[in-house]
Structure formats: C-alpha cells, structure tokens
Design a protein. Structure first.
Lengths: 187, 187
DNA sequence: CGATAAATGGACATCGTGTCCGTTTATTTG
DNA sequence: CAAATAAACGGACACGATGTCCATTTATCG
C-alpha cells in the first residue's frame, strides 16, 4: 500500500494527543468534535475525514491498551491465559478489566457515546472470551450468561461505584465473588 | 393544595399518551421533545413547563409499573416479598425485573437518556433492596456487589440480549444462576 | 361579568453535527 | 528543479435539537 502523506500523519498524531488530553481533563461525554478540532489546531473537515465521531477517536486511543490485555488472555501465562480453571481465569479477567477501567475509565466512557457499547469490536472479543470459559465449565446455555457477566464491567457502572466511594479493591472483590458462578456446585 | 387547572390536566394526559405512543413505535433514543410536542398537539413551551427532558417523561410513564413491583418487594408474598431466603428473593426479583423489561423495555431505555441511569430514583430503590438482601445473607462489604448484581438489568443489556436471539427464559435462567452468588458456600 | 393569575405556544438564540467544495500542500514525474 | 497530479485541508453551510422568553389566551374566582 501507498505511504501516508506526511501532513496527514502529522495531523493524525496532533488529533490523537489533543483528544487524549481533552478526555483526561473534562467529562468525556461533553467532548465534541469541534473541541477536538480546535484543540488539535485542525479544521472540522480534516477531523471527519478520519473519524466519523468522537467515540471512534476514543476507540483508537483505547485500542492499544485493550489489545495488550487481549493478547494476554489468549496466550499469556495463567490464570489470565490458558491453563487455569475457568473460574480462576474469569476472576483474573475481571481483575484485569477493573485495572483497565481504573486507569483508562474516561477513555472507556468516551468509547461508548451514543450507546454504542455492544457495537464496538472489543465487546465482541470479551464476550467470546467469557463464552469460551463458560463452555469449558460446561455451563448450560451460556450465551445469556456471557452478557450478564460482562454487564458489571460497563464503564458507567465502574465510574459510579468509584464515585460512591468504593475502592478498586472493593470492586475487584465483588467481581471475584461473581466469578464463582462458573463453578459447578451441588444443586 | 390548589386544584390543577382543567386545561393543564388535559394537556398533561395528552402529552403522556402521545409520548407513550412514540416510545412504543420508534427507537426511544430518537424521540425528541419536539416530536412529543407535535404528537401531543402542544407547544414546546408547554412541554418544558412540566418536563425538563425526554427522560423525565419516560420516568413518569414507567413509574406506575415500577411502584407496583416495589410494593411487592416490600410487602408482597414470598419469594418476592419478605419471608424467603435471600438467594430466592434475589432470583425472584431478577425474574420480575426481566418481565418488566420485556414489557416496558423501550420505556426503560428512554428513561436513561443521557446516561442518567444512576441518577434516577428507581435505581436507588433497587440498590437498597439488593443491599438489604446481601446484608441478610451476611455477605462481607456488600456495597460493591449490589451495583455489580444490578448491572445486568440495564435496559441496554436486556435489549441487546433479546436482539441476539436470546429468549426471555434464557435471560431469566442466566440471572437466576447469578442469584446464587448470595449463597454462602465452602471457601 | 370582569379581574387575576396561570397556562400556552411559537419565535429566538445557541450549539453540535455532518457535508461539500474551493484552496493548499505533498509527492511524483519528466 | 519545475510542472503535474492527487491527496489532504479547513471553514462555510444547512440542518436538527435544545432550552428560554414573553406576548397572548384561557380558566377560575369573587
């Protein structure tokens, strides 16, 4: 494929760094395409050329952190990666996601503007991962449970919990209790 | 207190029925104050006089259904009301909420426009209920778990699951498995 | 039947969106 | 190095929704 033009590349990074700054400083849901264009010193048209909306810019920024976790899930050491029992892997996944939300919560929030939560590629990945854990644990009809178990990881939920005064440890603890549902036990 | 003026009362019902119609027909997130005013045959100013935004109209509509459930939770027969063990009460609550979402999902969706999920009074009620069940079950530091257990009841989650082809029964089944986390078991 | 206060409705100013297109700039080619 | 070409740029524009404001209408009371 052809090389990206120099000015294009320069503007891309200007946009991304400016957007990251904005997301970090103010409420991500209040960040507008106009804001980003202004902050990046770029025209509106230039911005829209690459990104159709604010959420997709946030996705681009968050992506790098998410793919790191995704790699660990697929081929990292246990309990995150393969090798540990499903319940432990789920708990480890929860803990890792909580850390991700703690560090990049604002970004994650911006990612879902307009209720796009389920349309984003990452959600499909997390869902597939949880689903495979449920299958490995021989849970019957795991499809519904996968979404159910993913719901508490919604950025809004995490943000709300933190705003309530709950600590990261509190939340992780609640999530690890949740992870116990994949254990088969006497009915 | 003074009586509500006749025309005011008439317009109130015109607004509410028109809004209910709109929410039922089209995507609730696309319903605008303008739409409702037009459909109700009422001016914008009249609408804003009573309701500050679309979400609050949806709240008014949903309220009646929610309060019925809230009454049953507090003083209805078990397992929904007091008397049954916490795990069963939670499962019953989940089932009732799933039914509510199945019937009034669009309304619930409209209720949370602008990410207001946690600011709405109803959420506080559900949270208090779950919290009391967790306390009764002697779960340590139950605060974080309450929000975690409530997260799968987000209207968007339910809607997504249904859109995926999952049945109401599938979802209820997943939720009742979730309810098992309140059972104390050998660690 | 006024008088009074409440209720109404639409015009207005503002803001964000997404598109369109004339202009500028990087890159390629001779 | 200079002209040619294609890509990228940026701001103007039209649109849609919001929330407010206030002149006018309407219900209610004495």
């Amino acid at each position: 494929m052809k090389h990206e033009r120099a000015d294009a590349a320069r503007n891309r990074t200007k946009v991304l760094t400016a957007a990251a700054e904005l997301f970090a400083v103010k409420d991500p849901r209040a960040v507008t395409m106009d804001d980003i264009a202004k902050a990046a010193g770029v025209g509106r048209g230039t911005l829209y050329r690459r990104y159709p909306d604010v959420a997709s810019i946030a996705v681009a920024l968050l992506d790098e952190h998410e793919t790191a976790l995704q790699r660990d899930l697929m081929s990292g050491p246990p309990p995150l990666g393969p090798g540990a029992p499903p319940a432990e892997r789920l708990a480890a996944f929860y803990a890792a996601m909580a850390d991700l939300l703690e560090t990049h919560g604002n970004l994650a929030l911006a990612t879902e503007l307009g209720g796009r939560r389920f349309e984003i590629g990452a959600y499909g990945f997390w869902r597939a991962h949880v689903l495979s854990l449920l299958r490995e644990a021989a849970i019957p009809t795991p499809e519904a449970l996968a979404d159910t178990l993913l719901a508490p990881l919604a950025p809004e939920v995490f943000k709300f919990q933190r705003a309530q005064g709950l600590t990261l440890a509190n939340i992780k603890s609640a999530l690890s209790r949740l992870a116990m549902v994949v254990e088969n036990r006497p009915g």
